[in-house]
Each structure stands twice: as C-alpha cells, then as structure tokens.
Design a protein around this ligand. Sequence first.
Ligand code: DAH
Length: 349
Amino acid sequence: MMQELIAALAAEITTAELNNAATLDAFRINYLGRKGRLADLFDQLKTVPADEKRAVGQQLNALKQQAQARFDEAQQAAEAAADNTPANPDFDYTLPPVPHALGTRHPLMLVREEMLRVFARIGFAVAEGPEIEDDWHNFTALNFPENHPARDMQDTFFVTPPAGAEPGTQPHLLRTHTSTVQVRVMETEPLPIRRVMPGRVFRNEAISARAHMMFHQVEGIFIDEGVSFADLKQTVYYFVQELFGADINIRFRPSFFPFTEPSAEIDITCLICKGAGCNICKYSGWVEIGGCGMVDPAVLENAKIDSEKYSGYAWGMGIERIAMLKYQIKDLRLFTENDMRFLRQFEAL
Ligand code: DAH
C-alpha cells in the first residue's frame, strides 16, 4: 500500500513541469511543503508494520531528496535564464558613470545671508512682506504725497485689480522697495521695533549691465524712545566693518527720501581700489551701498506711533550692489541668466 503511494508520487515528481516561477512555487508547496504530499506520507509512516518501517522510511527519504534536487536544479536554471536577459538591451553598460553634480549657492543668497547674520548679532530679527503691495504701503504711508513727482523716482509696475474688486480699491503694484515692510512692521508690531527685511523689488527699467527690473534689498528699521542719528551711524559702521573689514571707511552723504528726515546716502571705501581711485568708483575712491535716515515723524504717525515719544532710523541696501563689489561682478544680468560657468564659481552646497 505505502509502496504504491511512494511509487506513484515518485513518478509525479520526475515528470512534473518545472519551467517558470509559478510552477516552481506550486511544486515546492505541493511536494516539499510542511503540509505537502511527502509530509503526508511521512505522517503515515506510523501505520506501517514495524518490520517494514525501516525500508519504507529510507524510500521516503530518498524520494524527498529526489524532489529537493529536482526543485533546486529547476530553480537554478530559471535564475540563470533570467540573468541572461538584459534589462535594457539598448543601454551600453560600459559607459562611464555620470558624476553626481552638486549645486552651488547663488551669490545673492550668500550675500543676503551674510548681511542678515551681521544684523542678527546686534539684535535685528528678520521680517518679510508681500511682493504685490498696495499704494498705501509702497507710497502713501511712506510720505510720498499724491501726484508728487517723488513717485516718479521709481518706475512702478502696476497690477490689474482682480475681477470683482470693489470699486475704488487702491492701486496694487509690485513693490518698488522693501520700505513697504517697514510700514507693515510699524503697523503691527509692539515697540520697540528692531527688524531687518530682505526681499525682491521691481522697477520698470530696461535691463542692462547696470539696471534690472528685479533686484534685492535689505531694509532695516529701529524704533524706540530717544533713538538718534548717532545710533544709525554706529549700526552702519558695525555692519560695514563686519562685512568688509576694519580698513573700510564709511561716508554719509546728505540726500533726500520722502520717508526719512534727515536722509543720507551710505558710501563706503571702494573695495576694488581701496580708495585710490579706479573706474568702478569713477576715480572718487567711494561707492554707494544704500540709503538711510531718521524715520520721518509723519511716517511714524501714519503707522499710529506717537512721534513725540518715539523716534527711529531706517536704511535700505541693495544686495546686488554689495555682491558686485564683493565678488567684482561687472554685469547685473549675470545674476539672473543662470549661466553655470558663472554660478559654479561660488560656494558649493
Ligand atoms: N527705499 C529706498 C530705495 O529703494 C532706500 C532707502 C533709503 C530705504 C532710505 C530706507 C531709507 O529705509 O531710510 O531707494
């Protein structure tokens, strides 16, 4: 009885088709598995008369080995066949690898971070504002009178109001300077205020080596009781000497901005010629890096700050201007053209 079952199973095992993953799997489960046919026969061993047990046991073991051997052989053959099929016959595996290209940091972002780091050391935290602004924050609150020619100082991109905007909505525009964020922090933050405000600004200008319709500024503002021009000077001195070195001098040149009184242009020793005179500084030995001044009392009042009690200073500096001086870049357009030969020269990520 047992002998017959073993013979039948042996025949099945030798002839079973084993030519793909599915049949291999079925074979393994059916014959070799813990609940498979062979295991079944091993279970029945206990019903075999004692004098036959030994012989039947040996036959069963032999059959098990035979099944395992068939399975192993068929599996190896299947694996070898799979390996020999190229995943992509059109790909040339002998080509050298493409090197993993790491980016570099954009020079404007390097300078921006460096500037913010210096101001952070003297307590100026970062604030940001929207690039699409309203007339109030870009002009009116900053003391640009309606229809005053001062508004022409900056050629503005106006934005068409969204469909369904309330009639009489004030004009919207791409901010022409980061001074907009001064107004926003003065309107919303508790006093004293000490903020730096980096961001992009936009002006309707033809793009050339020296002008662009989009550039970056870092604005700053400090408002408290008893703030004076001496404090402003001290902050600017600290910033310039931290950024460029102790041998760099600063010059405040009287100027005009509607939102500051008095106002000044900030000049520093030309970094190229160290003051000796060259074509970058037009042989004056000085280059301009931004504007500054004491916040006009009218601007404080526009933001509902008591100008009898509080005073403050502010500045705005161009990031491109400082990056050009620092890295001796002569054409503004290089910053936005994304030419790898230019970008790769800066600090690697
Ligand atoms: N907003 C000015 C500009 O874009 C720069 C400036 C000048 C900002 C004086 C200031 C400031 O905060 O006090 O030309």
